[in-house]
Design a protein around this ligand. Sequence first.
Ligand code: UN1
Length: 500
Amino acid sequence: MATAVAPRVFKNFINGEWVESRSGKAYENRNPANTDELVGMFVSSAEEDVDAAVDAAKEAYKKWRLVPAPKRAEILFRTAELLVQRKEQFAKDMTREMGKVLAEARGDVQEAIDMTYYMAGEGRRLFGQTTPSELPNKFAMSVRQSIGVCGMITPWNFPMAIPSWKMMPALISGNTIVLKPAEDTPLSAYHLVQVLTEAGIPRGVVNLLSGDGPGAGAPVSKHKDVPVISFTGSTAVGRIIAMACAPDFKHCSLEMGGKNIIIVMEDANLDLAIDGAIWGGFGTTGQRCTAASRVAVHKSVYKEFVSRFVDRAKSLKVGDGLDPSTEMGPCINEQQLNTVMSYVEIGKNEGAKLLTGGNRLESGPYAKGWFYAPTVFGDCTPNMRIAQEEIFGPVVTVIPIDSLEQGLDVANGVPYGLSASIYTRNVNRAFQATRDLYTGIVYVNAPTIGAETHLPFGGTKQTGNGHREAAIAAIDFFTEWKTIYIDYSDKLQRAQIDNA
Ligand code: UN1
């Protein structure tokens, strides 16, 4: 569809100014529910833009690290307040560029608000330790120190929440930022940066570059003046980033794939478990790294669970996320839709039983978007590819199990370890599961999604590399410990020797 007026071009934000990319190139950001709708043009950044952003962040760091943390916090408080004021507009823009339903987009903005207030509160804490020295007349303490320029590469599925998870702890700790948001969802990052600017973030402290991974993300991850990289995205890209960081021993936090599970025991409240499996499996069109893409169901309730779960999946209303009656939006783009379609073929070929869905939605209101029907495979075995690999779409595999022990084996028998859940009314089983599920997050009688910002977020195995986001764990990543000893004895005191 031709547009009468030239579309708006959203620029990079470098050293406190909105600037063109050096190449002058830009790309289209389109609505995944209606590709006729152009959300905006965004500049395509390359290495020279990255260099300019890093230079600005490096210069700004000299002053920002010395601003008292409670003062830095004031800017974050104002940012959170502006986000509250603009929540509705930002949520609508997010739905337009990402496709998630409006209620979820509001939740995404809310998650950024929560994180921003939380980290603002840290401005008057950032606790270290004081502890007695083993020697007389000697004082010992540890303090957190900032590190420098932090490169952030963020995904499209939580276009504002995830940038906030990285930016707010980095900022409160005294670091400066170069943010490269996903190519599909730069507008939400743009809004977040705009609000930080209005709240008074000093020039150069936050820099934003739009563009694709190879063009703009890779040069950030390799840049010699960027000692910290925080990435959320696929395990395949995470591996490339880790390798880019390795030669310089950059601090590197990776949040990657998941193949999360809901275990439904025979004593579960089935109504609750079905609600949870629908929300966990099809919320955000299954495009969460925490999505419940597997459900393991005890054989004694398997038949009933499956028939009711499939009925619910069938009745989900798919459509444009701005329509209040829509329950599930489109896939983010054509490539993601193709991935979903190819996994559905894989599932059929490996003998899984397709119980509903399995097709693209293309007619009528779906003609201009990347829509796919909510899909359920039953009678799956734990080693099928559709039960092992992350699909990142509206596809749930249901696996029958005989016992809790088998459920736990199935749960742990994947390369990922982000989130897991158990539905049971037996407290002993619930506790056993929380102990034996080897994941970063465990839920009891709740689905695999819905993490809160003041608790650590992340996973084991190929989901992560040992770091956690959110909570104080995020501060741990964006600071380094400095241990300080002050000897006021006026003589040489030798630890481990003079006190023996
Ligand atoms: C993600 O899927 O990348 O717990 C993040 C949740 C959300 C965050 C998900 N609060 O599902």
